[in-house]
Design a protein around this ligand. Structure first.
Ligand SMILES: C[S@@+](CC[C@H](N)C(=O)[O-])C[C@H]1O[C@@H](n2cnc3c(N)ncnc32)[C@H](O)[C@@H]1O
Length: 227
């Protein structure tokens, strides 16, 4: 999607999606996150959808927020920061929540800073580098971290996704949501394979539910250790 088309449609996108997910999305601020990412936005984002898949945004955002509400989140984790779209949505709904987000891009540091400034807090912490290393270090430094929810949406290869899931399991995170379960966009069966291996190796977790693939072509899988 070209920059002009995305920015031109953002107001309309927010006007459609905001009432459906119950979040007041600010097109101007989301546009500034997008511009900050320059040519890298093609890496994808929760607020970056082609015109004909707008319902996918609603399905994904509602799905994630419902799980986070039920989990009564105070601390969440994300792999794959990109334009900090996830942090922006989470902070819009849960103003006091802490977020640790793991990404690889320089622009992500700027986007996280913009989100912190936007909300006037320092609750979002950006960890820059491959999550295989940075998340492992985070676990070493804070093994007792009490995190209720993880959004696994970083490297979409099998080893990276599997490593992110395994590390979330080490932190005993009770709700883990993984994006691109449907294997669209050249990811093939990397994510689905990583998820099933993770479930086989961690029997305390099970696949609770997924977004409706007829609406959300990316598809989120929700794994939980909550009985
Ligand atoms: C699909 S985008 C993330 C979208 C974001 N989670 C959201 O909800 O808007 C994937 C991001 O993961 C990053 N990434 C890829 N491999 C990674 C790795 N090994 N560790 C950390 N981040 C990685 C990419 O640079 C890209 O910015």
């Amino acid at each position: 999607m070209s920059e002009n088309i995305y920015l031109k449609n953002l107001e309309d996108f927010c006007n459609t999606v905001s009432p459906q997910v119950g979040v007041s999305l600010d097109p101007e601020f989301i546009g500034s996150l997008y511009k900050c990412a320059l040519s890298k936005q093609r890496e994808g984002g929760l607020l970056l959808w082609p015109e004909n898949e707008r319902q996918g945004a609603t399905e994904q955002i509602s799905f994630l927020l419902n799980i986070m509400r039920e989990a009564k989140v105070t601390h969440v984790l994300e792999t794959g920061t990109n334009m900090a779209n996830f942090s922006y949505i989470v902070k819009s709904v849960f103003p006091t929540v802490k977020i640790d987000t793991f990404g690889m891009a320089y622009h992500s540091a700027l986007c996280v800073e913009m989100v912190n400034d936007h909300f006037g807090t320092k609750d979002v912490t950006y960890h820059c580098g491959p999550s295989q290393t940075t998340l492992a270090k985070f676990i070493e430094d804070t093994p007792e971290a009490d995190i209720q929810f993880a959004w696994v949406d970083g490297g979409h290869s099998h080893p990276v996704c599997k490593c992110d899931l395994t590390n979330c399991g080490k932190l005993n995170i009770p709700h883990i949501c993984v994006d691109d379960f449907a294997g669209r966009g050249g990811h093939g069966d990397a994510i689905i394979k990583a998820v099933h291996e993770f479930l086989d190796e961690n029997p305390e977790y099970s696949l609770a539910n997924t977004t409706d693939n007829s609406i959300d072509q990316r598809q989120i899988a929700h794994l939980t250790s909550v009985k």
